[in-house]
Design a protein around this ligand. Sequence first.
Ligand SMILES: Nc1ncnc2c1ncn2[C@@H]1O[C@H](COP(=O)(O)OP(=O)(O)OP(=O)(O)O)[C@@H](O)[C@H]1O
Ligand SMILES: [Mg+2]
Length: 462
Amino acid sequence: MNKKILIVDDEDGIRYSLRGILEDDGFEVSEAESGEKALSHLGEERPDLVFLDIWLPGMDGLEVLDRIKKEWDWLPVVMISGHGNIETAVSAIKKGAFDFIEKPLSLEKVVITAEKAVEFSRLQSENKALRTRIANEQPAKLTGKSDSIDSMREVIGQVAPTDAWVLITGENGTGKEIVARSIHSLSQRSDKPLVAVNCAAIPEELIESELFGHEKGAFTGAEKAQEGKFELADNGTLFLDEIGDMSLKTQAKILRILQEQRFERVGGRKTINVDVRVIAATNKDLFQEIKNGNFREDLYYRLKVFPLEVPPLRERSEDVPQLIAEFITRLNRQHGFKPLTFTDPALKVLTHYSWPGNVRELKNFVERMLIMFGGKEVGPEKLPPEIANGPRIERPETDHGQALSLPEGEVDFKKARADFEAQFLEAKLREYKGNVSKLAEAVGLERSSLYRKLKAYEIQVD
Ligand SMILES: Nc1ncnc2c1ncn2[C@@H]1O[C@H](COP(=O)(O)OP(=O)(O)OP(=O)(O)O)[C@@H](O)[C@H]1O
Ligand SMILES: [Mg+2]
């Protein structure tokens, strides 16, 4: 489809020659000889670009530009400036004009500028669409198909629409924040903000003002009044991240406010009422922290209306391949890396690795591999040593009922044989539905000796 352009100039000659040049270049051209006419034209029809004279009778070009930027801020405007009128042209650029061309008009400059402007606005709207899509997609998407992720999704779906407070626990990098965001995005508050506060990152002396805001002059440096996170989260969700790192003093203060949903700004007297839903997260064992005297028991029970535990990645290793694929796709889209594939043996090493840093470690790993090996295939030999020789899971869930795993790094023959026997008998027993007599016959052992082995390896027989 042809791009549309509106030419606004009171001089017939200029309109005529611009029309000629631009039509030859494939634009569909309309004209207006005054600012007023241009605005009413824009009210009815939307061009892709406007060429706008600075000197116009009646409403002048800069004023028209202001109006356009107010109502149709995405519409690129190229100013037409009289000779020796550069200063005005520059101030038009400051007001948001895309560029300017000078009279007398150079044919080449007109065409180049028009094409650049149209391309710019296309990129801008594409960018905007992408950003909205990312903002909408990112938070709610939990990748993984393990039972634990499935049941987490189910629980999230149940708790999200209620207004219940949620306490999310889990090791570093397991996805606590992404869980908090998906609860918010599935809640009735989703069109209101989710305001996150990282309790560990804010120095003690600033935390009150950060949470509750302050009035002008409340303390040295408080030059103007400032809203706190509680006010910003009104009608939305307040995400108290790393709550285990909050000092006892702040805990006491916050407990009262969380219950009453009422507070005053630092240095202020007016009581402010809010309606916030609280989601808290921590990687600490709060129960232990209570025993050690670092966390208030009453606050703990207030927060923990609905506890949600995000399991470590090593307990859902079957999610590893899907997470890797997801991060490759996402990072490619964001940074334009070349695609990367891991060979099956490499994937196996990655699935057996215990990922002490959980999903965050996995994500950083994928990014590093994309930078180093984008466009290539990665086998186990290319994996970094800390992962290839790092801590491993004995038997990932993916292995159940499939291949038996070789005990990693084991050199003692007797121990290795015992490991193998245990795995073998356990798998076979399952295959024979717990029937020891049949199993004994099948594997060629005396029934009593098979029993002894099962007992020694602590394999349950029902
Ligand atoms: N199931 C998942 N699907 C997709 N991405 C995930 C998943 N879990 C975690 N991530 C990603 O991994 C990274 C770490 O997750 P997040 O920040 O939510 O973890 P966290 O538990 O809050 O970590 P920390 O304890 O260090 O604050 C983020 O980039 C997040 O988007
Ligand atoms: Mg976090």
